[in-house]
Design a protein around this ligand. Structure first.
Ligand SMILES: [Zn+2]
Length: 120
């Protein structure tokens, strides 16, 4: 799975999440796809920034693990349920969700490759 595939998948995951987000902060500027989508793209690159493929065929370690997937997934879920009042908190909520969803999309994509993901 190369970097541009991960970017595209991350962006798509972010845009899908934006579209289904039913929180009342839809009017927040952070919901603007032009702001949110690059964050999801960044999230989609993050696991390989933390554990670069250039380190060799076994570069998938903790940041690529099933445990990390669960932890990030739980964090995204909790953030998704958060209903902040302040504008900056709304921005923070969307930014965290976008990066998190991009991150998850990366691990899902990597899990579909022959090498799969380590448990830890
Ligand atoms: Zn990866």
């Amino acid at each position: 799975m190369n970097g541009s595939a991960h970017k595209a998948i991350g962006a798509a995951a972010g845009m899908t999440t934006l579209a289904i987000d039913d929180n009342p902060d839809k009017q927040s500027v952070a919901h603007n796809p032009l702001i949110a989508t690059p964050l999801a793209t960044l999230g989609g690159m993050l696991p390989d920034l933390l554990e670069p493929a250039s380190r060799g065929p076994h570069h998938r370690q903790f940041c690529h693990s099933v445990v990390a997937f669960g932890a990030v997934g739980y964090g995204v879920y909790r953030t998704y349920k958060w209903e902040p009042q302040a504008e900056w908190e709304k921005g923070l909520r969307i930014a965290a969700i976008m990066i998190g969803v991009g991150y998850l999309s990366h691990l899902i994509a990597d899990s579909s490759t022959p090498r799969g993901l380590p448990i830890i």
